[in-house]
Design a protein around this ligand. Structure first.
Ligand SMILES: Nc1ncnc2c1ncn2[C@@H]1O[C@H](COP(=O)(O)OP(=O)(O)O)[C@@H](O)[C@H]1O
Ligand SMILES: [Mg+2]
Length: 230
């Protein structure tokens, strides 16, 4: 499934005379199986772009399509269902529920789908294995390191078998070695399962690990670079 943005702008209206562009005339195509990063400083528009792709916010201008479907024409319910069916999310602060174990956190989105309990258990074990935490399912988030918590959130994101994974500064709270390991895990999942990745970062050191790097500044994509050796 290909994702396309055509002439997309998002204007935030803080007050009558105070308008801020979160995205300005963005054109981009994310091909199926793409491994890409949005790189730019704080306030450049990374979160806005990811939220637009996710259908969490609507553009002020322009169109977005996913798998040939115009998601700007969807109702709120349709956008929510589309997200649940095709997308997985990873956040800077992991967003794990502290009262649930790692396994229960991974199970959570699966319970929102119409999947039988036996398959849910199988998928949780599969997802824990993919992120290298097969023996940690019983632990609570507070009993895990930051890198391990992010692995649980990755397991949760892939457990629904999405097509597209969106990650907003997934390594911002991690040291550089752990951050690099997380990007390697993304790459493994990208290659093994043909999962499409778009993640944002302001860490220039990670960009060598990424095939398509989109530089973003003042709400605009200023340059797109392809690393052919990735
Ligand atoms: N809800 C909002 N209301 C008003 N302005 C916003 C809102 N969200 C983001 N912005 C503005 O949009 C621009 C891009 O922000 P954002 O997408 O959060 O960038 P980044 O994720 O790269 O830090 C910034 O100028 C920011 O202040
Ligand atoms: Mg942001």
């Amino acid at each position: 499934m290909q994702f396309e943005m055509k002439n997309v702008s998002k204007v935030y209206q803080a007050s009558e005379e105070n308008k801020v562009y979160g995205a300005k005339n963005i054109n981009l195509t994310i091909k199926s199986g793409e491994f890409s990063a949005l790189v730019g400083p704080s306030g450049s528009g990374k979160t806005t772009l990811l939220n637009l792709i996710a259908g969490l916010i609507l553009p002020t201008e322009g169109t977005l399509s996913h798998g040939g479907k115009d998601i700007t024409s969807f109702s709120l319910e349709e956008r929510t269902q589309h997200r649940l069916d095709y997308m997985g999310f990873i956040f800077q602060d992991y967003q794990l529920l502290p009262v649930l174990t790692a396994a229960e956190n991974i199970e959570f989105p699966l319970q929102l789908k119409n999947i039988d309990q036996k398959e849910i258990k199988e998928r949780v074990l599969w997802a824990l294995k993919q992120v290298g935490l097969e023996n940690m399912g019983h632990r609570f988030p507070r009993q895990l390191s930051g890198g391990q918590q992010q692995r649980v959130s990755i397991a949760r994101a892939i457990s629904t078998r999405p097509q597209l994974i969106l990650a907003d500064e997934p390594t911002a709270n991690l040291d550089s070695k752990t951050a690099s390991d997380i990007i390697e895990l993304f790459k493994k999942l990208n290659q093994e399962f043909h999962l499409t990745f778009v993640f944002s970062t302001h860490d220039q050191r990670l960009i060598d690990q990424v095939r398509t790097v989109m530089y973003i500044k003042d709400a605009q994509i200023t340059e797109t670079r392809i690393n052919n050796n990735v």
